[in-house]
Every structure is written in C-alpha cells, then in structure tokens.
Design a protein around this ligand. Structure first.
Ligand SMILES: NC(=O)c1ccc[n+]([C@@H]2O[C@H](COP(=O)([O-])OP(=O)(O)OC[C@H]3O[C@@H](n4cnc5c(N)ncnc54)[C@H](OP(=O)(O)O)[C@@H]3O)[C@@H](O)[C@H]2O)c1
Length: 294
C-alpha cells in the first residue's frame, strides 16, 4: 500500500490512508478490473464534476471506461476535466448547468437524452455547504433557499427527469454523495444538514419504488473529505479522506451497490445522540455558552 498525503495531527503523523483503513474495508479501493467491468460502456452523469469529489470521480470513472457526462456551473473547469479524461483515451462531455435553476435542469435532462439516448448511472454529488449559526442566518434567507435548491430541489428534479428511462429499461443506479451530518445533526449546520437530509429522505422513499424496476440506489454518508468545500472550515491536519479516496469509495459503490455506506462510528454516535437527545443538546448548549463567554 502506498502511503500518501501524510498529514500532521497533533503530536503524531496520521495519513489519509490510515484514516481510510480505520473506516473499514467498505471504504477501500475496489480492484481495478472489477471497476472497469462495472464502468465499461456505461453512461454516467456526475453532478458537481468541476471540483473536489465530483472531479476526482469523473476522472476515475472515465479512466475505467465509462462515458462521463460532467455537470456543474463552471464551464471552463468542466472543459478542463473533460480534456483530461479524453487525453487518456476516455469519453466525456461537459454540460454546464446551475442546479438551482429548475428549467436549466430540465434542459440538461433533455440534452443528455438527445445526445446519448440514456443515462445508466447518476452520481448526485453537486452540493453547497454552509456552516452558519441561526443568528447569522436571520438576514440571509437566500442562503436557506439556495442551499435547498442545490442540495435538494435540483437533484430531485434531475432524477425525476432521468429515472423514467432507467425504469423503462429495467436497469440503472443512483449514487447519492451525502454526509454524516444527516446522522449527526449539529449546531451551526442546520441549513446544510436539513437540505441533505431532505434529499436522503426523498431517496429512501422512492428507493423501493424504483428497485421494483431494477434501479439501485446507494447513499454514502461521507465523513470529512479535504476539498475546496471543506477547506474554509477544516484545516489539512484534521483527519479526513482526500477527494481521490472519496472517488475510489464511489467507484466501489458503483461495483458493490450497497444501499447505504455510513462510517461505523457514526452509527454508534447517532444512536447515542438519539437515545440521549436531551443530554446531548444540553452538553452542546454548554459548549456554545462557554464559546460565547470568551
Ligand atoms: N468535503 C466534505 O467534507 C464532504 C463531506 C460529506 C459530503 N460532502 C458532499 O460532497 C459533495 C461534493 O462536495 P465537495 O467536497 O467535492 O465540494 P466542492 O469541491 O466544493 O464541489 C462542489 C461541486 O458542486 C458544484 N455545484 C455547487 N453549486 C452548484 C449549482 N448551483 N449547480 C451545479 N453544480 C453546483 C460545484 O461546481 P460549480 O461551482 O462549478 O457549480 C462543484 O463541482 C457535496 O454534495 C457535499 O455535500 C462533502
């Protein structure tokens, strides 16, 4: 195993690879041949392909033989990703879109179906993160609407448009790039967590309906991944995955199709905070009180 991206954590060196090992085998890289078998000749739409996890996923799946349709707002960045994929013999196309614009999402659905006839896999990855207290949100209602548009309404509209052709063909896969914030709601993350939870709940509700027609759904509740999104909140010394490692997890999920992937320790912590919700919130309030008094 190659140990890369060594990061200083307190007095000891912890690598992102060791962090991934601690998450368990479900978070490991899948064998390249298996990934190529799963990706080959597939039409995969990756939202948020201009940066971070989506960009790394697009490159991984493009190298594995998928035709990757790249969606995000920044056309110039999508074109760079497309060119990197095609430069090594892969197939990719850029579809600039703002997921908060539902008419634009409808046009995206039309365009990809006209251009390619089908979409086999949707990696619903584009997202907007926001860490803000309630007090700071009062004068920023647009943060609430925009975050919900990008993380919930846009992805629902996209899938509502793309799922019929998957169901009609009796095959397809949706991979939801979610967060452990949906299991562990935390102070200052209300708008982000609620929007991600809304999409997760929508997906849970429709999962059996589309499973009947051969369409699989997977949700990955990622812990910290070091990307432009997380950089303003978490420095590189905080244990987390790299974008490339997160992409490899998505590659594994493409192959193994688990319904949900959650870090083992998140399940325990979620159970604890649910069973002891009152004490958990009291402890959080105490921490916030101390922070405020400083
Ligand atoms: N980083 C983490 O620690 C972490 C942890 C758990 C889950 N996640 C999830 O992982 C996903 C990817 O995040 P990331 O960390 O890779 O962040 P990132 O590097 O900031 O990437 C976010 C992507 O979403 C796209 N996007 C944002 N707003 C959009 C819009 N209105 N329309 C279309 N695309 C839009 C961005 O492209 P444009 O700006 O070009 O539009 C970009 O490609 C998100 O859903 C996030 O919730 C991240």
């Amino acid at each position: 195993m190659t140990v890369v991206d060594a990061t200083l954590v307190g007095p000891m060196y912890v690598t992102h690879d060791i962090y991934r090992l601690l998450l368990g085998p479900s978070w490991s890289r899948v064998d390249t041949a298996r990934l190529e078998r799963a990706a080959d000749d597939r039409i995969v739409l990756v939202t948020g392909a201009s940066s971070g996890i989506g960009e790394a996923t697009a490159e991984l799946l493009g190298a594995a033989g998928a035709t990757v349709l790249l969606a995000a707002r920044r056309a110039d960045r999508l074109e760079l990703v497309r060119d990197r994929i095609t430069a090594v013999g892969g197939h990719a196309a850029a579809y600039p879109v703002d997921l908060a614009d539902l008419d634009a999402v409808d046009r995206l659905v039309q365009d990809v179906l006209v251009d390619y006839g089908r979409v086999d896999v949707v990696v619903s990855n584009a997202g907007k993160s926001i860490r803000r207290s309630l007090a700071d949100t009062t004068d920023r209602w647009h943060d609430v609407t925009r975050t919900n548009s990008v993380n919930y309404l846009g992805p629902v509209r996209l899938l509502t448009g793309l799922l019929p052709q998957m169901r009609a063909r009796g095959t397809g896969q949706v991979i939801n790039v979610s967060t452990l914030n949906v299991d562990l709601p935390a102070a200052h993350w209300a708008v982000y967590s609620a929007s991600k939870t809304a999409f997760e709940t929508w997906l849970r509700c429709i999962a059996p309906e589309i499973r009947v027609d051969g369409v699989a759904t997977s949700s990955i509740h990622f812990p910290l991944v070091h990307t432009p999104m997380s950089a303003p909140t978490y420095g590189p010394w905080v244990p987390g995955l790299t974008a490339a490692q997160a992409a490899e997890v998505i590659g594994r999920v493409l192959v193994t199709r688990p319904r949900v992937l959650i870090p083992w320790w998140t399940r325990g912590a979620a159970l604890l905070t649910t069973l002891a919700q009152g004490p958990y919130e009291a402890a959080t309030a105490a921490v916030l009180r101390i922070a405020r008094s400083r």
